[in-house]
Design a protein around this ligand. Structure first.
Ligand code: KG4
Ligand code: ZN
Length: 345
């Protein structure tokens, strides 16, 4: 089955063609980072307008790269949520229109399921069940995964997501948006031990976490050292280092508890922050100690992309699932409410 995937939930237009037999045939991505950078964050209306400009040309690009025509496509998957309503509607409308033109089924995919399943496109796949830590810009759930569409929420960040915390700390340190990579790069020059930031909610039982206290701690430290414009280079790097250590430390503690609580031997990470080298190294150490295995997406599939939507959509379309003619977008959408998928990949 040949599936066209369209991702337009936030600030990346991603398009891909995934074939159930041959794997990923082609993918293309347009990032809107430059468009939003001067505003220090994503401007929803500008995001929607840019998705309108870019989606159809990117579909032409992937069809050409794969040597296929629109009429070869057997099904279309688009991101139906969670995300920005206007941006989601662009992908949904285009998917629905092409579905009618090509007379093929169309399915709205959950963006976080796309992230969650992205590592399954790699050769080394986890066996079910496993624990998944989804670390993206908007959400940080810790999920027990029994199968595709069989998700149980173990815990989550209560106030704001890990990626969001990186972005906010980047702003405090005068770094550009999105801040994850710049903070990680600055942290490489940091001095271990100069600052110690708290690991929020790790001293209580449970698998929920929160980064808001840590963020306040960073802000106070910046202000104690003269405020954003007056920090010397080494102090900025030392703050970035301490923040990254505290964030990674918190996630490691929660993942350890999740592995111990479930008894599962696989830990999967996905989402934008799963590109973070320090996090990957720390979790490698953890799984070794727990006699478990770590599964990560390829670096290009950590952040938003069309391939993960085509892949997730393909699993569900092959199962016979598809939407009716209405264009469904769900800016808020609980992962646990998804229907299970019967077929095994
Ligand atoms: O999953 P994603 O692409 O978008 C959402 O679905 O939200 O995640 C984007 C987030 C941003 O907050 C970005 O700063 C963060 O991922 N990020 C990183 C790194 N690369 C991207 N955070 C930490 N370290 C990185 N290397
Ligand atoms: Zn995402």
């Amino acid at each position: 089955m040949l599936v066209l995937g369209i991702e337009s939930s936030c600030d990346e237009t991603g398009v891909a063609l995934y074939d159930s037999e041959q794997g990923l045939l082609a993918d293309a991505l347009h990032s809107q980072i430059e468009l939003h950078r001067i505003y220090g964050g994503v401007v929803p209306e500008l995001a929607s307008r840019d998705h309108i400009r870019k989606t159809l040309p990117l579909i032409d690009v992937v069809l050409e790269r794969a040597g296929r025509q629109g009429t070869d496509v057997d099904g279309i998957a688009y991101t139906a949520g969670p995300g920005l309503a206007g941006a989601l509607l662009v992908g949904g409308s285009i998917a629905r229109a092409l579905g009618m033109a090509w007379n093929v089924p169309v399915l709205g995919v959950h963006h976080m399921e796309g992230h969650l399943l992205a590592p399954l496109m790699s050769e080394q796949r986890p066996n079910f069940p496993f624990v998944a830590l989804l670390v993206s810009g908007g959400h940080t759930p810790l999920v027990a995964v029994e199968g595709i569409g069989r998700y149980g929420l173990l815990g989550a960040s209560l106030v704001e997501a890990a990626g969001d915390a990186f972005d906010r700390v980047a702003k405090m340190l005068g770094l550009p948006y999105p801040g994850g990579r710049p903070v990680a790069r600055l942290a490489e020059r940091g001095t271990p031990g100069r600052f110690e930031f708290p690991r929020p909610m790790t001293n209580r039982p449970g698998l929920d976490f929160s980064f808001s206290g840590l963020k306040t701690f960073v802000l106070n430290t910046v202000n104690e050292h003269g405020g954003q414009g007056n920090l010397d280079e080494q102090t900025r790097a030392d703050i970035a280092y301490a923040f990254q250590e505290a964030t990674v430390g918190t996630l490691v503690i929660k993942c350890r508890r999740a592995l111990e609580q479930t008894g599962f031997k696989g830990l999967l990470i996905a989402g934008g922050v799963s590109a973070n080298t320090r996090l990957r190294d720390a979790l490698e150490k953890l799984v070794k100690a727990e006699r478990a295995q770590l599964y990560c997406p390829e670096l290009r599939f950590c952040s938003d992309n069309g391939a993960m939507i085509a892949f997730a959509g393909c699993q569900r379309l092959m199962d016979g699932q598809h939407d009716d003619l209405a264009i469904q977008v769900r800016p808020r959408w609980n992962l646990e409410t998804l229907p299970p998928v019967a077929h095994v990949i």
